[in-house]
Design a protein around this ligand. Sequence first.
Ligand SMILES: [Zn+2]
Length: 531
Amino acid sequence: MSRERLYLFDTTLRDGAQMNGVDFTVKDKLKIAALLDDLGLDYVEGGYPGANPTDTELFADERDLRATFTAFGMTRRPGRSTSNDPGLVQLLDAKADAVCFVAKASDYQVRVALETTLEENLASICDSVRAAKAKGREVLVDCEHFFDGYKANPDYALACAQAAFAEGARWVVLCDTNGGTLPHEVEAIVAKVAARIPGDHLGIHAHNDTEQAVANSLAAVRAGARQIQGTLNGLGERCGNANLISIIPTLKLKAEFAQRFDIGVSEAKLKNLARASHTLDEMLNRAPDRHAPYVGESAFATKAGIHASAIAKDPATYEHVAPGAVGNRRKLLVSDQSGRSNVLSELERISLAVDKDDPRVGRLLDEVKAREARGYAYEAADASFELLARRMLGRVPNYFDVTWFDVTVEQRSFGKGERVTVTRAVVKVKVGEEELISAAEGNGPVNALDLALRKDIGKYQRFIDGLKLTDYRVRILDAGTEAVTRVLIESEDETGERWTTVGVSENIIDASFQALMDSIVYKLVKSGAPA
Ligand SMILES: [Zn+2]
């Protein structure tokens, strides 16, 4: 059976950018566009030229993409001609390969929101498509509120979609704008539309307000649609858009779709998926969702000992796809529930092969359990576990010692409620026979300590230049008689590798110090710094 082509349309830069707290610069947008292009997306929607200075600038120059670079905008305003609508003129002048119009497809929306007649709305769709085609653009029409409109007045919703198609739109995109439609409804309605407009001209644009945007997109494909619109990590206003990071591997790895369809994302590029997802998070300065399907740190993490021993025999026992296919990795959690098989598998993963009957394995397990009882969380801190294991097996050089440190927080009042807080850290480090003193100011005690610690470790400095702290999480634990603080620090280096370290103490500075030290030492070990 020959496979059909399914097209992927990314709107991270337009619909995704409407999310609270997301504010892309032109540079950000170009970086993300390049990432999407490299991944193999067919369409990259860049934004809404004319609506804001960023998007106007983005579309002022030709962009060199393999994907179809798409500008978004409204159909002509009611009561105007296409040449007399400045918004439309600007959209058609944008340097884009395609234009995606948003048009109302619900009689209620046309009357209440647009305040015009049903006929004028249809005329606006036809005129706009014609004008964009005359400019040589590929044309897409997003039929806004299509599903709600169809439920209320199927004839009118269909008339809008058919008008766009008849006028020559390459794609008629059915939008679940309010995100409230359920998968079985989407499947039934798309099937009805596909009886009038060929499926290879139909797209689906789903929002996630009932957490079914991915399911709705797949349901539309089952019913005949051949374009899926979505965003990286499901970015988008309210509850987000359909998450392409979940949709892409499902299309590639699940037989029902993989056997029927080809998409632009190759098997090789699929392995960059986790990286693409994390890159976007990093640009938005947020920690990746650990539990994200396919790409989350926990997506292939297994805790219970019995599962772990089964996975060691055959990964398929507890994994729905191979983690490496999407650039993720298997993780067997070392925790107080775990048995020897978890520890052995972890040791193997970090290339610390030991004989399974080696008595040190039992000692390591006992140590992990004892520390976890005190509040350490090794399942969340892979790098600290690795260091603990390496130390017990005698394989971590003593690179340097911190012989002393001092952290001060000073607050001054200038009257009238004006205050300024200054934090300083001073650190004494001994590297071989050399003693080094560094000081730093930071925006808090942990930041100051981190900066001072990483400022100068002598001959090892060059190994940690690319090291940076990407996340810092504090939890107060009720461990027995008194509360202790657990600090988890996530770090990243110049290769993009991330790792997490842990510290536990009654004192938050001390707990942070332990986690920071582990992070630096881990980086030195990883970089092969000489003892
Ligand atoms: Zn949308």
